[in-house]
Design a protein around this ligand. Structure first.
Ligand code: ADP
Ligand code: MG
Ligand code: MG
Length: 883
């Protein structure tokens, strides 16, 4: 069995298509090597080893050790070094690399192979003792942290104290002797904490590091990240071992990260940061502030220190040539890690770069216009869920504001909330439904849950590629980074900036697009959906088969829906229209009425109100279909609670207050979700649905006359379990409709259909289709009733199910295809058997979920309906599902 794949010197045993086996990093290193780019030689231990390791009680498979030893020897030969040799030591990095990139999740060890012996060899090879001991101290700290599990503080404290005692400010001020004595202290700490000296055998070191990478696949941070991004645990990670190149060999050396286009805006410009005389994570760790790559970016930022373009023009030229080559090759924007050793460029990583939704749109459209990809590919390039970022507000440019703090515009969008200083607190408050802004010196992978819970993130340290910036962009959270003025007080009670104080709990507004933080809440504005957005959505609409409708209960929602390209309303919930203060009394009167006459009196008051609601909605949606769902609330939501409320109803209806109270009491239910709701109300009190049918048909006639456009109401009966329920109600609806049409001497195309939201309805859909002219899958209730799981109560225990992998996805977010989906399949098949042309749609929350949309595309539904703001997401997802 082949466990190890080598790369380097113009060739690779693997290539970019082998991400499953080699992980993203390993596959792309091999691909870059084959392309002839300057990649230090190395090898990748496959993800199959990770899987075998966990399947086999954390034992490595047979043959692995020998293959690794041989591969190390090959790498050494390629660079003229020998692993563990005192004179010409080979040093390597040990890097994790999963299939999907998991930024910062896995730990990298650099300079591995250094010992008290080999460090001397490195010093004389490089002719630079300072560099050798700087590398050694880095290695001891990283190795001890990642493999021996010592806290970074153990080392940072030593270094800080050492620098303070000698009045040093920057690490670059330390001499060889300084680093030697730091190395001695570091080793002392390791021995004290671990009870064993720091390992001096390079082979022991490398297996320690490999084990740590595989071990980290199951650490908490990685598991959190996988859960948030739906990455299966079974994928495993690969390990990359690669010859070291050194960005810390003085002023002709550097390390950096770059994007081939701007990942925030999508602009076609080189973008990135670098640090001279630095190594590895220094750039993203935020210890020193990195410099921009290009002269123009430096000038725009008003920085003095030279850009890479100015400081190292030759290496910069090589780098931009590599950018162009990689973009043409991968046909996408690349995110690159590089190191310059004594003016020579080395490539350490490339991958398709993460980007904001705005950038994704622009890059997809630009790449298509540059001829690198076609329109269908462009449509596939934008993740539908990410559009959410574009559909959210930005700051109103005319709103007054009071600037607290400025930093880097690390992730766009605007949000307000109360200031918190810890990830745990952010999570706790957000669970209480409060909006929070997470303010940190810097963030690390341990903060991910808090970043997720926050509306926006602000950090004092770190650049555009810092952890906070990368993660925030991925999550679509506005983020301001590197706000140097920000000082968080040690008490954790407030921060200061520019001499002013902001307390924990104070409201601030973050503008991630401008890199600014303001006091209080600043007014926001809806986004503009033109330009690249409109272009790409147009391409998507051209390939899409399913229609996209919106769930809208008010004329305002209906207008938003139209603006976002919805082609109709798939769900207009009438109960929301009843909660209005002046109407609720009439509604209560209707519910509490003792007899039909009482009920009809109350309904007569409601009819004109309902009619005008529908008129307004039909007017906005003129020419497009509107599905109106007849009343479906659990009754208890409408019952009066206080004596005042009872009194109000008594006054309005003329009924006795005590009688009303008794009746309200009698109507209390043990399990309202499964109680007297939906069509069951219509069966008990047909006059309610008759009133609604009348309001709908009258409004439709009025608006058809007024606008001269077709109005096509689809009247939907909720919570049907038996076809008899629908037959009973459909007859009444049709009778009312023909009476109205006769009164008005008008004609109208309307449909009567039902929701499929109970398992019994799905299983008997052939019978129900006898009366139903359309089905709309109410997947919220269908999920609830299929699982027997209360949507309102499950939040407390569903996370346990996800954590323990009993459920892979929250079934209220993404359709459970095996259970709920199977019922839908049955309903579609049976419904079409009875009525081949039956119209089919979905109107649950799932109608806006891209994975669920893929599922219903395959089911062949005619449309999806989702919340108005998700309509563009659904349009794009439906297009992708078709492709
Ligand atoms: P991550 O997945 O967190 O980005 P990497 O494995 O890419 O971790 O390593 C982080 C950084 O370490 C790289 O960006 C690079 O700067 C440095 N690095 C890794 N391997 C080498 C190497 N062989 N020589 C020099 N620097 C390296
Ligand atoms: Mg990397
Ligand atoms: Mg329902």
């Amino acid at each position: 069995m082949k466990w190890v794949y080598s790369f380097g010197e113009g060739s690779g045993e693997g290539d970019a298509s082998m991400k499953h086996l080699l992980g993203g990093k390993g596959a792309n290193l091999a691909e870059m090597a084959s392309l002839g780019l300057p990649v230090p030689p190395g090898f990748t231990i496959t993800t199959e080893v990770c899987t075998a390791f966990y399947d086999n009680d954390r034992q490595y498979p047979d043959g692995l050790k020998a293959q690794v030893a041989a591969a190390i020897a090959t790498v050494g030969a390629a660079v003229g070094r020998v692993f563990g040799d005192a004179d010409k030591p080979l040093l390597v990095s040990v890097r994790s690399g999963a299939r999907a990139s998991m930024p910062g999740m896995m730990d990298t060890v650099l300079n591995l192979g250094l010992t008290d012996e080999t460090v001397k060899g490195l010093a004389s090879l490089a002719g630079d003792e300072r560099f050798a001991y700087d590398s050694y101290r880095r290695f001891i700290q990283m190795y001890s942290n990642v493999v021996l599990e010592l806290d970074h503080h153990e080392f940072e404290d030593i270094l800080e104290t050492y620098k303070e005692e000698r009045d040093y400010f920057l690490d670059t001020e330390l001499s060889a002797d300084d680093w030697k004595s730091i190395v001695a202290s570091y080793k002392g700490v390791v021995e004290k904490v671990r009870g064993k000296p720091f390992p001096q055998d390079p082979t022991e070191q490398i297996w320690g590091a490999i084990g740590a990478v595989f071990g980290s696949w199951r650490n908490d941070r990685a598991e959190t990240y996988r859960r948030l991004h739906n990455i299966p645990e079974s994928w495993g990670t690969a390990v990359n071992v690669q010859a070291m190149v050194f960005g810390n060999m003085g002023d002709t050396s550097a390390t950096g990260v770059a994007f081939t286009r701007n990942p925030s805006t999508g602009e076609n410009e080189y973008y990135g940061e670098f640090l001279i005389n630095a190594q590895g994570e220094d750039v993203v760790a935020g210890i020193r502030t990195p410099q921009p790559l290009t002269k123009s970016a430096r000038e725009a930022m008003g920085e003095e220190d030279p850009s890479l373009e100015e400081a190292m023009p030759k290496a910069y030229g090589e780098l931009t040539a590599v950018f162009d080559k990689l973009e043409k090759h991968y046909r996408d924007m690349q995110d690159i890690e590089f190191t310059i050793q004594e003016n020579k460029l080395w490539m350490l990583q490339t991958r398709n770069g993460k980007r904001t939704a705005k950038a994704a749109m622009k890059i997809a459209v630009d790449l298509c216009q540059e001829g690198l990809i076609n329109r269908e590919e462009a449509v596939l390039r934008v993740e539908p869920g990410s559009l959410d970022q574009l559909l959210h507000p930005s700051l109103d440019p005319n709103a007054p504001r009071d600037l607290v703090l400025a930093g880097l515009p690390a992730s766009p969008g605007a949000a307000s909330g109360e200031v918190v200083f810890s990830a745990d607190e952010a999570e706790r408050l957000s669970q209480e439904g409060r909006k929070v802004i997470l303010v940190r010196v810097e963030t690390s992978p341990e903060d991910i849950h808090g970043m997720h819970a926050a509306q926006a993130i602000v950090t004092a340290r770190g650049g555009m590629t810092s952890h906070a910036a990368v993660v925030a962009r991925g999550m679509g959270r506005p983020c301001v980074c590197g706000a140097g003025d920000l000082k968080i007080d040690n008490s954790g009670a407030f921060f200061t900036a520019g001499g002013r104080q902001v307390n924990k709990g104070d409201c601030v507004t973050v503008d991630g697009s401008a890199g600014k933080v303001f006091f209080g809440e600043v007014a926001t504005m809806q986004p503009e959906l033109s330009g690249d957005f409109a272009t790409l959505m147009g391409w998507a609409d051209n390939v899409r088969r399913m229609a996209v409708r919106a769930n809208a209960d008010t004329p305002h929602d209906a207008q938003v829906a139209r603006n976002f390209g919805a082609q109709g309303i798939g769900l207009c919930r009438t109960e929301h229209m009843f909660f209005d203060a002046e109407r609720i009394v009439a509604v209560r009167e209707m519910i509490l009425a003792e007899d039909k006459a009482g009920r009809e009196a109350a309904l007569a008051k409601l009819l004109p109100m309902q009619r005008s609601d529908f008129e307004d909605i039909f007017r906005v949606m003129s020419g497009l279909p509107v599905t109106v769902r007849l009343l479906d609330p659990p009754l208890h939501e409408f019952l009066p609670h206080s004596d005042d409320e009872i009194e109000e109803v008594a006054k309005s209806s003329g009924m006795d207050a005590q009688k009303l109270k008794d009746r309200a009491h009698k109507l209390q239910e043990f399990n309202p979700m499964l109680g007297h709701r939906g069509c069951r109300l219509g069966v008990s009190y047909p006059e309610i649905y008759e009133m609604q049918a009348r309001a709908i048909v009258e409004a439709a006639c009025t608006i058809a006359e007024e606008t001269g456009e077709r109005v096509t109401p689809e009247i939907m009966v909720p919570l049907v379990a038996k076809s008899e329920e629908l037959s009973f109600l459909k007859k009444r609806i049709d009778d009312v409709a023909s009476a109205v049409l006769k009164e008005r001497n008008a004609t109208l195309d309307y449909l009567v259909g039902t929701m499929i939201e109970l398992p019994r309805a799905a299983l008997t859909a052939d019978e129900i289709a006898g009366d139903a002219e359309f089905f709309s899958f109410g997947t919220n209730d269908l999920t609830q009733t299929t699982f027997g799981l209360s949507r309102d109560d499950s939040a407390s225990f569903l996370p346990d199910y996800l954590r323990r992998n009993i459920l892979e996805r929250d079934p209220f977010v993404t359709i459970d295809t095996q259970g709920v989906g199977a019922l839908m399949e049955v309903a579609v098949e049976k419904g079409r058997k009875t009525r081949p042309q039956i119209k089919l749609g979905i109107c649950g929350e799932h109608g806006g979920d891209p994975d669920s949309i893929t599922f219903v595309e395959n089911l062949g539904l005619d449309y999806v309906s989702c919340s108005p703001y998700r309509a563009p997401i659904a349009r794009l997802a439906a297009a992708q599902a078709k492709l």
